[in-house]
Design a protein around this ligand. Structure first.
Ligand code: EPU
Length: 429
């Protein structure tokens, strides 16, 4: 298993290219199941999760061709995928595949919409909480699917196709909104989704579906209306930049100090996160190239933050913000409202010398004058990267174990940071 070694104390200077968003790429790849024509996706990040989803789609008979490198391309340019689900050979998504990546459960929507049936393993729990799929099932039922749970599998049937309906989510769910959008696009009649997730990745998927011939309006707001069509076609779509990767590197610069341009980043995707960083003392400005983040000399000010669905402060940046606050000049409070158990990073940050007290869904972080390097590990993606952020400012050496979590969602993390002067290297194991 690879590890990452970081020697703290270096400021970051330079440019970090921001990749395409993981959490848009995954549902976009799944949307390819809705059509027999080829869907071309540009700016796809090179991530372990993308490779894993290729294997999962392959099991349904989907052909994924990865475009070759073009002259003049840098290693950071996103890849182009040509995805063809001309013939779906299997409508079952088995446990051993779905359990490796929760988002793969979402194949249930295009499969039942196009094929009239799907049998998909329940994803089970994961490190950040129980993460049920009841709302995804409710959405499919509203569109006329018959649902049966058998042997750990959700079986969805719609012999005569899905039909439009009213879906009112009692809680904002990104995956629920993705699945409702995909299923309703091929349903007969009109579907209205109330309390839809407003995340930019939902809007990106809706934009792509519209290019494929879907008739979706209101995506990016809480009320989305979908006029079903009988068939979708191929399309070419560019994945939007990753706002969580953007926020993560912005916090890394705030932590280590320095001056970095986050190339291709879009401030409008991350206003709540950038506002918190500015409050903490980082200088943030939007430039033609992306977002510039600076912190020279000044200390980090403490903040009070509650995670919330978009446009609120994202849960996917909560761990990284906590790492930053470990060195604030005062006491911060961070409350996690989306996932009940997303504090796996706390004990590891404490190993680096952080002072954090947990009380239910809230963490109190008392800033310390310095962190000290230590061996650490984490059990999920965002928790792992928070340890990298802490290590950039810690005195001495930190060894981050179980790097495969990072590889699921951060493309060439150690290259991007070392190009800006961080002392970071991967040790193959
Ligand atoms: N929920 C239910 N029932 C459901 C579905 C969700 O109770 O049927 C609950 C969840 O347990 C959670 C809340 O609703 O408490 C929100 O969950 P949501 O469905 O929005 O999460 P998700 O779609 O499974 C996506 C991202 C996550 C991100 C969340 C919240 C992808 C592939 N995953 O998950 O990203 O944290 O939205 O923004 O898009 C990550 O990238 O590290 C990651 C975990």
């Amino acid at each position: 298993m690879d590890r990452i070694r970081i020697k703290g104390g270096r400021k970051l200077h330079g440019t970090i290219p921001i990749s395409g968003a993981k959490n848009a790429t995954l549902p976009l790849m799944i949307a390819s199941l809705l059509t027999e024509e080829t869907l071309i996706l540009d700016n796809v990040p090179r991530l372990a999760d993308v490779g894993q989803l290729q294997r999962i789609l392959g099991n349904h008979g989907v052909d994924v061709m990865v475009g070759g490198k073009r002259p003049g391309e840098t290693p950071y340019d996103g890849q182009t995928l040509h995805i063809s689900a001309a013939r779906i050979v299997d409508t079952t998504a088995p446990y051993d595949l779905v359990s490796k990546m929760r988002a793969s459960f979402w194949v249930i929507a295009p499969l039942v919409a196009r094929m009239g049936q799907a049998r998909v393993s329940m994803p089970g729990g994961c490190a950040i909480g129980t993460r049920p799929v009841d709302l995804l099932i409710m959405a499919l039922e509203r569109l006329g699917a018959d649902i049966e749970i058998d042997g750990g599998y959700v079986i969805a049937r719609a012999k005569d196709g899905l039909k439009g309906g009213e879906i009112d989510f009692p809680k904002v769910t990104v995956g629920g909104t993705h699945t409702a959008l995909m299923a309703a696009s091929l349903a007969r009649g009109t579907t209205v989704i109330e309390n839809a997730a407003r995340e930019p990745e939902v809007k990106d998927v809706a934009d792509c579906l519209n290019l494929m011939g879907a008739r979706i309006s209101g995506a990016g707001t809480s009320r989305v209306v979908i006029e079903g069509v009988s068939k979708l076609s191929g399309a070419r779509h560019r994945v939007l930049p990753d706002r969580i990767e953007t926020g993560t590197y912005a916090m890394a610069v705030a932590m280590a100090g320095g001056d970095v341009v986050l190339e291709n980043a879009r401030a409008d995707l991350l206003q709540a996160g950038l506002d918190v960083l500015a409050e903490a003392g980082a200088e943030i400005s939007a430039t033609n190239a992306g977002i510039r983040v600076k912190r020279n000399g000044a200390g980090i000010a403490p903040v009070e933050v509650v995670t919330a669905p978009f446009p609120g402060f994202p849960t996917d940046l909560q761990a990284q913000l906590m790492a930053l606050m470990t060195c604030a000049k005062g006491t911060s409070h961070i409350t996690e409202t989306i996932f009940e158990n997303r504090f796996m990073h706390v004990q590891e940050l404490v190993r680096l010398g952080a002072r954090i007290r947990l009380d239910g869904e809230s963490a109190t972080i008392e800033g310390v004058a310095k962190l000290t390097g230590a061996p650490v590990m984490a059990t999920d993606l965002r928790a792992s990267v928070s340890l990298v952020i802490a290590a950039l400012a810690a005195e001495g050496e930190t060894m981050v174990n179980r790097v495969y979590h990072l590889d699921r969602g951060f493309e060439r993390l150690e290259d991007k940071l070392s190009a800006c002067g961080a002392a970071i290297e991967r040790i193959a194991g």
